[in-house]
Ligand binder design. Structure first.
Ligand code: 13P
Ligand code: SF4
Length: 386
């Protein structure tokens, strides 16, 4: 059975006030909404509990199950689907999520679904991406405050200034940005295809330079893998920027043989000290395929739970870095969103159309069989910071 082992020193440090708080349990949430753990609810949710029984103790299930049953009923009534990002807590990810995956997979599904309503169990930029691709659908975000430090790091006006400084250089924008920023961009990318998109853009625009914004570390990690000159912005993911090469050394010493997997929003020194790197979907696929004995996932905390549920033979060492934005999404606010049809994501049509062009260019690139890996162990590459 998979075990989650909190990495001793690292976890202590983070729990000692360095930003790590475990998400609350919905003890009263169901009762407040008039929902109870009835025999019918138990029957309806027994099969779902099997998916999370290694993660949620049986005495807690009666607090979750009424909300889960309520959400699944509302989904049927309203012809809605829930797009659940890999960072969602397990009760959301496995028990109410219809489509699960990384940013790219969720964007593709938003474009293809026949449902009338999309509930984004993720952060605001993901809900905007869904609305950009599916304007005829109602797109709901359960908590409007579910932002992203990368998306907050740059505005449309910033991009206009960058373009004025580097005329003729294509702007490749990470999907972790607002619709307004995407509208100023030539093409978007995700961590599943960043290198592929940059190389495509350079070829299309006939240049050896690409502007890749706003994640400085992603830009540096892409620069290490291509001969292109990369112009970057100083945005950071507040979750991944906190991992260090010393963290890895500490954990390797305490857990010999551990396989270290990193998300490319991590600093280059962390990528260099890791065994494998890729998007959240690539990391999950790596564990699923190779079933290593012991793994350290250098990404958001809930990923370890979700991957562990599907990989019972792997032990997970988990430095606890939560994304406070992702953790704003709960069963209770998903239920409220569906019941009251709130909060609807709206984007001015003129912005949406231009943002869609940038996303469409990315989606039109050949679909790879699996998310593209990032190479690890490469020397750090220089980028030009705007
Ligand atoms: P992925 O595209 O890899 O799912 O990453 C999204 C994200 O926000 C990572 O922090
Ligand atoms: Fe944004 Fe980082 Fe949270 Fe991902 S983990 S949503 S990049 S703040």
């Amino acid at each position: 059975m998979a075990r989650i082992i909190d990495a001793p020193l690292l976890a202590d440090r983070r729990l000692a006030g360095d930003g790590c708080e475990l998400p609350g349990r919905p003890i009263d949430d169901a009762a407040k909404r008039g929902l109870a753990f009835t025999p019918e609810v138990k029957r309806e949710t027994d099969a779902l509990y099997e998916k999370v029984e290694r993660l949620i103790p049986p005495f807690e299930w009666p607090a979750y199950a009424p909300l889960i049953a309520g959400i699944n009923r509302l989904k049927r009534e309203k012809n809605a689907i829930i797009l659940a990002h890999n960072y969602m807590t397990s009760e959301i990810f496995f028990c109410v999520g219809d489509i699960r995956g990384d940013s790219l997979q969720l964007a593709r599904e938003a474009a293809n679904t026949n449902a009338k309503v999309i509930v984004q169990a993720g952060v605001h930029f993901m809900a905007e991406t869904s609305k950009i691709l599916a304007p005829e659908k109602t797109v709901l975000i359960p908590d409007l405050r579910a932002g992203c430090s990368l998306a907050a790091s740059i505005t449309g006006a910033d991009v206009r200034l960058i373009k004025a400084k580097y005329p003729g250089v294509p702007v490749v924008t990470y999907v972790n940005t607002s619709a307004e920023v995407k509208a100023e961009s030539d093409v978007t990318c995700t961590s599943s295809n960043a290198v592929q998109v940059c190389e495509w853009a350079a070829k299309e625009w006939g240049t050896d330079r690409v502007i890749l914004i706003p994640d400085e570390f992603l830009a540096k990690n892409v620069a290490a893998m291509t001969d292109l000159k990369i112009i970057a912005w100083h945005g950071r993911c507040e979750v991944h920027e906190r991992f260090t090469a010393e963290d890895i050394a500490e954990i390797r010493a305490a857990h010999p043989g551990v396989v270290v997997l990193a998300h490319p929003e991590c600093p280059p020194e962390v990528m260099a000290a890791s065994d494998y790197a890729g998007s959240t979907a690539a990391l999950a696929a790596y564990v699923g395929k190779r079933q290593p004995g012991k793994v350290l996932l250098l990404t958001e905390c809930s990923m370890s739970d979700n991957v562990a549920a599907a990989s019972p033979r792997t032990d997970f060492i988990r430095p606890c870095n939560l994304c406070p934005h992702m953790k704003r999404i709960s069963l209770a606010n998903i239920y409220d969103a569906l019941l009251e049809m709130k909060h609807k994501v709206e984007i001015p049509e003129e912005v949406r159309v231009r943002a869609k062009q940038a996303i469409d260019r990315m989606l039109a690139l050949p679909k790879t069989e699996k998310p593209l890996d990032f190479e690890v162990g490469l020397p750090e590459a220089a980028v030009e910071l705007v």
